[in-house]
Design a protein around this ligand. Structure first.
Ligand SMILES: Nc1ncnc2c1ncn2[C@@H]1O[C@H](COP(=O)(O)OP(=O)(O)OP(=O)(O)O)[C@@H](O)[C@H]1O
Length: 782
């Protein structure tokens, strides 16, 4: 990409390869203030703001006369804001948040009731303020009680769940600073396998996410991912350490949050004997949730009502908070854009060259691949800008990045005269505040994983987002000052979007969900309370699959193997492989960890090569990595070579066109899994530290490894048919080996594959060569 114009502000076009992209008149002049016409609580606020009601603060909030606003809010709520303990440096900012004026009301409701559904606009202060309003409440003190005959301590901590690790950790850091006990970076307890290890450092706020825990002594507010709280439920079904659980961003409707809601409902509606009769308070929060549905779900049935002594407290109350702190201007494109990447580049540079600093950009793209190629193009083009134009610093933000790499995007830039451009997937869509961001660019799409239960196949396709997602994305601007959101789609397109996304539990494989329920002692999974129940067919399929994996026995009861599988933060089939690897027959835990680390570290550790020339050039370097047994052995060889490399790992990756980020992440996962396997006694002693000399795996050992993977993947096998196509043993579908596989184009007796995806075609990915007899042997094994 090269520049065309000469000075900042006067750029009208940019060149991408041979393409000239005009910047002129690209974005619609017509602007309006977020939120849109979505029938959500947000636009009730907007409607109210148009009608000159108190929600007028949406547009007035940048007005300096904030005192008046606060006074208005107090009049609206009747609340007398009072300062809760905290760092005075943050107090003034906190007082500006719409939530601040509602604190007495929120406290008042929760003194009377056990469940509150709280709806407030993005950036109104829900995630950061609500736990601070509550942790000093009388009901939040730990109490010694008799529960089922034993004396136990109940309560004392508020849990607040987040859909993603990055939200949980960044919010914990922010709130810890606001309350005046900042979490120190060195305070982490590393991986404790989910155990709530307390550290020796004191503090009020902590967090617990997969592979990272930081729980100071005296923690009263604990941020954690939904998955982490589910893990805690396996160990303590009554969640005794908590006085309240705040479920944040419930609109995301991940499988985990749906399961969690079911378990919380059971605690809420149950007899509470396991908590010595002490209720667990629940606060359910979102900016864009279906409030009525949630309210109805948490309302106790008549039968459950008969279990409770306090009917009034078990009723569900709903509170809508009006207003957001800063306005966000939303702009749509006047017509549909033919090329999203091109449109995004134009918008980035239009902002960069026309909007003054400071003001960082957060752009939403669909996935890692798109982010990495866009980063390259932005950097290339930025290098050609005149010297008097501000510099740019591009930072990626996607789920497979390590936590440290994700946190990079949240740090203020040290370099002067530089604009930060964060390229993110939808992991930055809810809950997070990326400091410095004033501009959001929304491509209107997200990659969605869908499972076709009938075919046992997943598809991962970029699809249009919902109105709820678009509102959340726009809400990432305007958090520290007024902001702008540029939607790369027309207003008509926006109006045609679905209000909300389909809950994950209705579109994903429910294998993991059913295993979690079983591990938590839910025998009758079909009658477990869920906001939306998946089809009976997909639950039954999951049960059959779990039986095949030996996670449940003939009676449908969870086995010891199943319990252990549920404790590992990997999919059920991979968990089964890991457990098999520890048996004397296979004895290959370290190698299996290496392979799992590579396949869970990102899209693919190998960059895809477009031209024949590039392929020839790189294959020269890659040939020491490729294994004729297939992709799993190729991954193993690659990570073992990488781990043995002690001179220049970056250069090593460059030559082989290996994604260095994914490789680093693989090493990180490898470390965590080794730790977990030691704790779960799958490994007898710690492995020797890196670098170890590279030792190629013998063909015999390779066979053992592939057979070990078959213990988790007998259903993902295919046989070569007479017409030279591969036909799956389960379901009898024709699959082709994906071009990314080292076995692409090869015809063998049988194959095993770890992924089965539908893109343009029905593809098998992560493929290994097997013999038909091995499938029968694996099925017979005990
Ligand atoms: N990490 C952070 N750095 C700087 N400011 C922050 C940070 N986290 C929160 N804030 C400030 O606090 C405000 C409220 O954030 P909070 O996350 O509590 O809002 P919210 O109502 O939960 O929003 P959402 O629904 O979008 O998650 C933000 O708009 C921002 O001004």
């Amino acid at each position: 990409m090269s520049k065309k114009r000469k000075s900042p502000g006067s750029h009208e076009s940019l060149k991408v390869g041979n393409k000239i992209i005009s910047l002129e008149g690209y974005l619609s002049k017509k602007r309006k203030t977020e939120p849109d016409s979505t029938p959500t609580p947000n636009n009730q606020v907007e409607a109210a703001s148009k009608a000159n009601t108190p929600a007028k603060e949406v547009v007035e909030s940048s007005d300096p006369s904030r005192k008046l606003l606060r006074k208005n809010r107090r009049e609206v709520t009747g609340a007398k804001p009072r300062a809760s303990a905290g760092d005075p440096a943050y107090l003034e900012t906190r007082k500006e948040l719409p939530l601040w004026g509602y604190q007495d009301r929120i406290r008042g409701i929760l003194r009377k009731r056990d469940v509150l559904v709280l709806v407030g606009e993005t950036g109104s202060g829900k995630s950061t303020q609500v736990p601070q309003f509550l942790y000093q409440e009388d009901w939040c003190r730990p109490r010694r009680v008799k529960a089922k005959g034993e004396e136990v301590s109940v309560g004392g901590i508020i849990a607040i769940t987040q859909p993603r690790r990055v939200a949980a950790t960044t919010l914990a850091h922010r709130v810890s600073r606001e309350v005046g006990t900042p979490i120190s970076a060195t305070n982490g307890s590393g991986d404790s396998g989910g155990a709530s290890q307390e550290s020796y450092v004191k503090g009020l706020v902590g967090y617990s996410v997969r592979f990272d825990h930081n729980i100071p002594r005296g923690t009263k507010i604990k941020f954690l991912t939904e998955g982490m709280l589910l893990q805690e439920l396996l160990r303590d079904p009554n969640l005794r350490q908590y006085s309240a659980v705040i479920v944040d961003e419930i609109h995301e409707r991940s499988v985990d949050v749906d399961l969690l809601s079911g378990f919380l409902k059971q605690i809420h509606c149950g007899d509470k004997a396991g908590r010595g009769g002490i209720p667990l308070k629940l606060v359910i929060m979102s900016a864009t949730a279906n409030v009525e549905g949630i309210q109805e779900f948490f309302s106790a049935s008549d039968e459950a009502m008969s279990l409770t002594t306090n009917i009034e407290s078990s009723q569900v109350e709903c509170l809508r908070i009006e207003g957001r702190q800063y306005p966000v201007e939303v702009t749509h494109t006047p017509k549909a854009v033919p090329d999203l990447q091109e449109a995004l580049l134009k918008t980035v540079f239009k902002i960069h060259l026309q909007e003054p600093l400071p003001g960082d950009i957060l752009a939403f793209l669909t996935g890692q691949e798109e982010i990495e190629s866009t980063q390259k193009l932005i950097e290339e083009y930025a290098a050609t800008l005149p010297s008097n134009a501000p510099k740019v610093k591009v930072l990626p933000l996607f789920g497979q990045l390590s936590i440290e790499a994700q946190h990079e995007a949240f740090r203020p830039l040290k370099a002067k005269f530089t604009r930060k451009i964060v390229l993110a997937t939808n992991i930055a869509e809810t809950s997070v505040t990326v400091p410095g961001v004033k501009f959001v660019i929304d491509c209107g799409k997200a990659k969605v994983k869908e499972f076709r239960a009938r075919l046992g196949m997943e598809s991962l396709l970029a699809k249009a987002i919902s109105k709820s997602s678009a509102t959340q994305r726009a809400g990432r601007a305007g958090r520290e000052a007024a902001g702008k959101c540029f939607r790369l789609y027309t207003e008509d397109t926006f109006n045609g979007l679905a209000d909300r996304d389909l809950p994950e539990i209705l579109r994903n494989d429910v294998l993991g969900a059913v295993l979690t329920m079983k591990a938590r002692g839910i025998d009758d999974v079909l009658s477990f309370p869920l906001m939306d129940s998946p089809s009976v067919e997909s639950i039954e399929k999951a049960l059959v699959h779990l039986h095949l994996l030996k996670a449940i026995d003939d009676n449908g009861t969870i086995t010891e193997t199943g319990r252990k599988m549920a404790r590992f933060p990997i999919s059920a089939p991979l968990g089964r492989v890991l457990l098999a690897a520890a048996s004397p027959q296979y004895d290959c835990v370290l190698e299996v960890i290496d392979i799992i680390s590579c396949i869970t570290a990102g899209d693919d550790i190998f960059h895809q090569l477009q031209s024949e020339e590039a392929r020839e050039e790189v294959d020269e370097f890659r040939k020491e990595l490729y294994r004729r047994e297939g992709d799993l052995l190729t991954y193993l060889t690659t990570i073992q070579h990488y781990a043995a490399e002690d001179s220049d790992r970056v250069d090593w990756c460059k030559k082989r066109k290996i994604n260095i980020r994914n490789m680093r992440q693989a090493m990180n996962i490898r470390k965590q899994l080794r730790g977990l396997c030691l704790r779960e006694k799958l490994l007898a002693e710690p492995p020797p530290p890196d670098p170890q000399p590279f030792m190629p795996v013998s063909p015999k050992r390779a066979e053992t490894l592939v057979k070990c993977f078959l213990m988790g993947y007998t259903l993902k096998t295919a046989m070569l048919a007479p017409d030279s196509s591969y036909v799956t043993t389960h379901g009898k579908h024709v699959v082709a080996i994906h071009p990314s596989s080292v076995l692409h184009g090869q015809k063998r007796e049988a194959i095993m594959f770890l992924e089965h995806v539908f893109t343009q075609k029905n593809y098998a990915k992560k493929v290994s060569i097997i013999q038909a007899q091995w499938i029968a042997d694996a099925l017979e094994e005990d």
